[in-house]
Design a protein around this ligand. Sequence first.
Ligand code: SAM
Length: 354
Amino acid sequence: MSASVNRKECLGNCRAAGEGARTLSLADMRGRVVRYLRLSITDRCNLRCLYCSSNARHSFIPHENVLRYEEMLRMVGAMQRLGVQKVRLTGGEPFARRGCGDFLVMLRRRFPALDLRITTNGTLLSQNLDALREARVSAVNLSLDSFDRQTFAHVTGKDMLPDVLGALDALLAAGIRVKINAVGLRTINDGQMADFVYAARSLPVDVRFIEFMPMGGDTLWSDTYFWPAADMLAAARDCTALVPLAPEPGNAGPARMYALPGGRGRLGFITPMSNHFCNECNRLRITSDGHLRTCLFADREYRLRAIFRHPRLDDAALDRVVQAACRRKPLGVDILKARRGAAVATSSMWGIGG
Ligand code: SAM
């Protein structure tokens, strides 16, 4: 979609909001249109990945503040009404919340046309495979930062690589599309590119490296660990030939994807630090306590839970707040450039929903 078309859609949206009419899309002042929601269903996780979790003690969201599944269904309904077409459940670890599988199935029943996805560490997946199938999720993003058992335990704090590899096998056997996400970490998994290339060559999966982002007030991010995507790409090219792929029309995510000649899968790189994709950003995040975030790097939150639980506020009030928030959606790259210390946002990914 061209920027000029988006701008028109944006103006129409603003006008319609001014008239109190129902709108069809969430557009911002830069012409970007939100179609994608990342919904965190819990901030709890059974792993402690060193790029996500800090050494500091976590104070988790009190249970009474966490949205109930029924409230999340209402939230997704509101977002769909406003033009969202794709919803990803995340966390924390989504399967660490009791009933996550049933919730996926409820989402599918209530929203048959929704593109439904989930991001998981895979450790609790085996008991949820039937639900993933029944909910017809389009893809599962599986976090897997190393195929080496010791490195995996070092990164995640748990010796659970066999569980995750079991989950990967089970997903593929069930015919569910898998994307493996690995955070590239200098000095930790930067010597293991050959393992990832082997996975992308031998399995029908997308293997995507993500640059380590300085998220969280007490982040462990540092130059020591930061592995820029250009260097990751060079490491991959030392292992294999790579053929750049054009973005899929209408489904261009943030990853730059490459084919491996003769390979079954693809390799990709997500570059939030070295080559931002803010101009194409089409996503919102909602935390498990019902706070809306319009940019991963911005701390500003809009408290939708308060609207949801207010006896005199209805869906129209919710729509107005979400629309106003979207119009002001920032450019993350500006926040990144302006950061003084190491962190861009004070919340870590486990709290926001990665
Ligand atoms: N527990 C689930 C999982 O492990 O996939 C979902 C939540 S977790 C926060 C989702 C993903 O966020 C991680 O796998 C990782 O790819 C990403 N992530 C977390 N912290 C990050 C950071 N500081 N930099 C880059 N990616 C990060």
